[in-house]
Design a protein around this ligand. Structure first.
Ligand code: BGC
Length: 250
């Protein structure tokens, strides 16, 4: 079955039609810049444009960069605070007419990596995926089952949210060397290792392509690997989520 998956990020909103059986994109990715301020109305309009681009009228999965509990947005670290309390599924469907199923963006990426990426071999045990971009997103799986909305990027490290020390945006803004950035992300990984004793860490987001540049600065004992699906993971996971929710809801 083919579903449209969307990935709402701090800088761009990306979408593609996904074959949810193979986990492959069956169209090119289509991207529009995230509107300034990421206000609800502007994001809804942008999302509608992406649906129109694909001439797609079916159910849409949306990975969203905040806590999303049963469709309700509960946090807004890198988007407009006007999202808080909104039912994103209702709001987005009013604009586009499509049925919407939304979830946290890192949870979406995690779902894709567990099903079609690096996590396929780790259906037993605990896997923690971090998506590192404008913020730091997280997803944790126990025996392949997701516990949603973990928000490890907001754990306090040296008195600051981890994402304010070690996101990719901070790396670029502060012009950190890979060594220095590696030491910073290591502090978050060490904390998570102490709390969860995972079997595997997966690093997603743009920095996953540069893994060998900072792997040597990581002191954790847990196995750690870069994500396999790179910038497609969020889209693929959102589409899988839409399929599961749509077909599950009968
Ligand atoms: C948000 C998370 C999101 C992450 C990555 C964080 O600031 O709180 O919900 O998953 O950024 O976009």
């Amino acid at each position: 079955m083919e579903y449209l998956g969307l990935d709402v990020g701090g800088s761009g909103i990306k979408g593609a039609i996904v074959d949810t059986v193979s986990g492959k994109l069956i169209t090119d990715r289509f991207r529009i810049d995230t509107p300034e301020g990421a206000e609800p109305k502007d994001v809804s309009i942008t999302m509608h444009k992406i649906c129109q681009h694909f001439q797609y009228t079916g159910p849409v999965g949306v990975g969203f960069p905040s806590i999303v509990q049963h469709g309700i947005v509960l946090s807004a670290a890198n988007i407009s605070k006007n999202w808080i309390g909104q039912n994103i599924n209702v709001l987005l469907s009013q604009e586009s007419g499509n049925q919407i199923f939304s979830l946290n963006d890192a949870d979406a990426a995690g779902i894709a990596e567990m099903k079609f990426g690096i996590g396929q071999e780790y259906q037993k045990g605990v896997v923690i995926l971090l998506t590192i971009g404008t913020g730091i997103g997280s997803a944790i799986f126990s025996d392949g089952v997701l516990v949603p909305n973990t928000e490890f990027g907001h754990l306090k490290i040296r008195g600051k949210d981890a994402e304010h020390r070690a996101s990719d945006a901070v790396r670029q803004k502060e012009e950190l060397s890979w060594k220095k950035w590696g030491e910073r992300i290591d502090e978050l990984l060490v904390t998570l290792e102490g709390l969860f004793s995972p079997d595997l860490f997966v690093i997603g987001g743009g920095v996953s392509k540069k893994f060998e540049k900072y792997a040597g600065n990581l002191t954790i004992k847990t196995k750690i690997m870069p994500a396999m699906l790179l910038n497609q993971a969020g889209i693929i996971g959102a589409a899988i989520y839409a399929k599961e929710q749509f077909e599950g809801s009968g």
